[in-house]
Design a protein. Sequence first.
Length: 124
Amino acid sequence: MSTRPRVLLADDHPGVVRALSRLLSFECDVVGTVEDGSEVANAAARLQPVVVVLDVNLPNVNGLDACREIRRNNPRARVIVISAMIDDAITKEAQSAGASSFVDKSAMGEQLLLAIKQAWTEAT
């Protein structure tokens, strides 16, 4: 078993993906990135990440619907939903979609790493 969580990143902003990849590379294995919500579930099935970091606002299939599909097809995978829009309705919908946690993009650094570590611990 790996000593580092395998993470799939899903965000449609290349700058966010680059920044997250750099940030996470110190403590995680980023196994792939996708920019489109319709690609996330297939990438998760193919790459078998333990944690999927998933933006709410993705093109074609929104992040919450993608979260539901990931959880349906791979119940062991943990999904962390990220968004710049934080409100109770989105947080509750993310939880009902099967997300392990919800992280505000504006405060992502250490908060995201903690959420990944917690999700990885739950999954292993």
